[in-house]
Design a binder for this molecule. Structure first.
Ligand code: SF4
Length: 350
């Protein structure tokens, strides 16, 4: 039996029952692929179902307000992906009557759709013979064929892509791609591959050479940098201040409390002068009510070390220059905010 035949038979028997399986609707496949690039299946399923309930098709997404899209996405991270989904839905609704291009090449022209997502959509929705290569697939292929090049190098990627194309099932490319991904997610695990249960154990080179534990090879990891954030939770009667983040940094388009970023972590004694320097308030207008312990929030390449200062403000200085817009505290939940802020407020309040 060929590798794709073994995999296809295994997948039919063992695949998990997930809500985006057994559909050829490109909108649903697209959404599931974008969500699953950044989260585990259990959490991704919740987001997927919630997103579809709110935006069941291209047109409802296209007509949505960006803040509503970001709100549904809140907590998933990589917010540029939500903005791209939204922008592409608008383009498809207005220029293509809601229809997706039916080929890998056509899909690649859409904003936010890269090689992997285009291959997944074109093979699953349109049965085009394209190999979809994500992290799981790279791991499976590099072990199956004992690839000794780093999978994050151009030559390693070329080798993996060529091998993925070689084993592709031309009759059923969508099922095949899902089968390789499923094998990577459930059997050929990063740390402890379950080779004993693997349908490919008779042909796997890494198993034969006892090298599964060291594959795939990768070049050194990206350096993580520390950033120091001080958030100001300003209370003015029943209002607080929120500011929308701009382009060129994390969380574009999300809302947050007025932020002061510093080169190192502030000490508690630094806060009064830091605040009057930034807010340019008059003496006696504000009072620090409490300061949180540092909260560490990890992103893929950054550690954010954050403090939240709760401030009572009673003056008439206009804070809009630093603090954004005053909103009623009761409206806070309607704004898309980073997970860090959502969590902090749900535990500590205003
Ligand atoms: S035999 Fe083991 S290492 Fe090889 S593909 Fe299967 S799970 Fe991965």
């Amino acid at each position: 039996m060929e590798i794709h035949e073994i995999l296809g038979a295994w997948y039919e028997k063992e695949k998990r029952d997930l809500p985006w399986r057994n559909t050829s609707n490109p909108y649903r496949i697209w959404l599931s692929e974008v969500i699953l690039q950044q989260t585990r299946v259990a959490q991704g399923t919740e987001y997927y179902l919630r997103f579809l309930e709110k935006f069941p098709d291209i047109f409802s997404l296209a007509e949505a307000n960006t803040n509503d899209v970001l709100k549904i996405w809140q907590g998933l991270g990589y917010y540029s992906r939500a903005r791209n989904l939204h922008e592409t839905a608008r383009y498809l609704a207005s220029h293509r009557n809601g229809e997706f291009p039916g080929s890998h090449a056509g899909l690649l022209k859409l904003k936010g759709i890269g090689d992997y997502t285009a291959a997944a959509i074109s093979s699953i929705a349109f049965k085009e013979a394209q190999a979809a290569v994500d992290g799981n697939v790279k791991r499976v292929i590099s072990r199956l064929f004992s690839v000794r090049e780093a999978i994050n190098s151009p030559e390693g990627l070329r080798t993996i892509n060529a091998l993925a194309r070689e084993i592709l099932d031309p009759e059923n490319p969508g099922r095949h791609n899902q089968a390789v991904m499923e094998l990577g997610a459930c059997i050929c695990l990063p740390k402890k591959p379950r080779c004993i249960n693997c349908p490919l154990n008779a042909v796997c080179m890494a198993l034969k050479e006892n090298t599964a534990g060291e594959l795939p090879l990768k070049y050194g990891k990206v350096k993580v940098r520390n950033r120091f954030f001080t958030y100001l939770i300003i209370r003015q009667n029943e209002k607080t201040w929120l500011k929308q983040r701009g382009a060129g940094d994390i969380w574009q388009g999300l809302f947050e409390f007025p932020l002061i970023e510093t080169q190192s972590q502030c000490k508690i004694n630094d806060y009064p002068s830091l605040l009057s320097e930034h807010l340019k308030t008059k003496d006696g207008e504000m009072q620090i009510i409490r300061v949180s312990d540092p909260v560490i929030h990890k992103l893929s390449h950054q550690n954010l070390i954050c403090s939240f200062i709760h401030i009572s403000f009673s003056g008439d200085t206009n804070l809009a220059h630093i603090a954004g817009n005053a909103i009623s505290i009761s409206e806070f939940d309607a704004f898309p905010v980073p997970k860090l802020i959502e969590r902090y407020i749900s535990v500590s309040g205003f």
